[in-house]
Design a protein around this ligand. Structure first.
Ligand SMILES: Nc1ncnc2c1ncn2[C@@H]1O[C@H](COP(=O)(O)OP(=O)(O)O)[C@@H](O)[C@H]1O
Ligand SMILES: [Mg+2]
Length: 267
């Protein structure tokens, strides 16, 4: 199967696919960006028009995340967590305010520019997985590597799929996998390029306790060993407690920002 052809056909379906193949594998961006916050949100606001009125989903959010931090975003269902994550990753555009990723204002980039920046720096685990149905688990995980022109895509994809416990499922299509297995493929796909910044939207939401535990270990291994910045939406108290900081969001606003002394990746 010609992966390059598939990659080009289906690249647009993969929101975090890099648009350029001329990117460095692990998002090294040079000395000039070393001391900049990885993520900075300024007066970030997202409104949508509904039939009756305008709804404010994310309301005037400010915060800064330094390299190597692990931040948990918690809050009730419908409070705006997924929308906030999409804005921070440049998958969605704000109504007002801005997001800077390592000093780059996402508002200054067009869609292709944002995709190229994501391809270089960002991994994203979607709440709804967003696997490509016509590709096997292996091909789904290979795709971001193929798009970035990274070598040994097959070997790397197989290694990470084995690491998430799917060594026997690599040739299966998403429809042949359980929800929890699909979630692990989505995690593998987000990890495989070794991004500097990893967003994960309820990454343990579909997993049993033991599998969830091993995915949490994988996330924090990346945080410790490679300094990967983690921004995680979660309802999992144990996972939130492992993070160095917890942002609580209610009705689109950050209502509390608390350091967790026992957590990892403290600023
Ligand atoms: N495109 C949209 N149009 C209208 N309402 C939306 C849209 N996207 C999200 N919402 C609403 O915004 C609120 C926040 O959604 P979401 O960010 O998914 O919350 P959470 O991830 O915290 O459960 C919800 O009430 C949701 O229904
Ligand atoms: Mg959500």
């Amino acid at each position: 199967m010609n992966m390059t052809r598939i990659a080009h056909q289906e690249a647009q379906l993969l929101p975090d696919a890099p648009a350029s193949s001329n990117v460095r594998p692990n998002g090294a961006t040079g000395a000039s960006s070393a001391n900049l916050p990885v993520v900075r949100a300024e007066a970030l606001t997202k409104r949508v028009a509904t039939a009756e009125h305008e709804l404010t989903i994310v309301n005037n959010v400010h915060f800064t995340v330094q390299a190597g931090e692990a931040v948990a975003v918690v809050g009730a269902s419908g409070s705006g967590k997924s929308t906030l994550l999409g804005l921070l990753a440049g998958l969605d555009t704000p109504t007002s305010g801005r997001v800077l990723i390592q000093g780059t204002d996402l508002n200054s980039l067009d869609e292709d520019g944002r995709a190229a920046l994501r391809g270089r720096l960002v991994g994203f685990v979607f709440q709804s997985f967003q696997l490509l149905p016509s590709l096997t688990a292996r091909e789904n995980v290979m795709l971001p590597l193929e798009l970035a022109g990274m070598d040994q895509a097959r070997e790397r994809a197989e290694a990470i799929l084995t690491r998430v416990g799917l060594g026997e499922r690599m040739g299966h299509y998403p429809r042949q996998l359980s929800g929890g297995e699909q979630q692990r493929v989505a995690i593998a796909r987000a990890f495989v390029t070794e991004p500097k910044l990893l967003f994960a939207d309820e990454p343990t939401g579909n997993l049993d306790a033991r599998t969830g535990q091993s995915m949490i270990e994988l996330l924090f291994e990346l945080n410790r060993e490679r300094g990967t910045t983690l921004i995680l939406v979660t309802h999992d108290v144990q996972l939130a407690n492992l993070c160095g900081r917890r942002l609580t969001i209610a009705a689109g606003e950050i209502v509390e920002s608390a350091d967790a002394p026992g957590g990892q990746g403290a600023a």
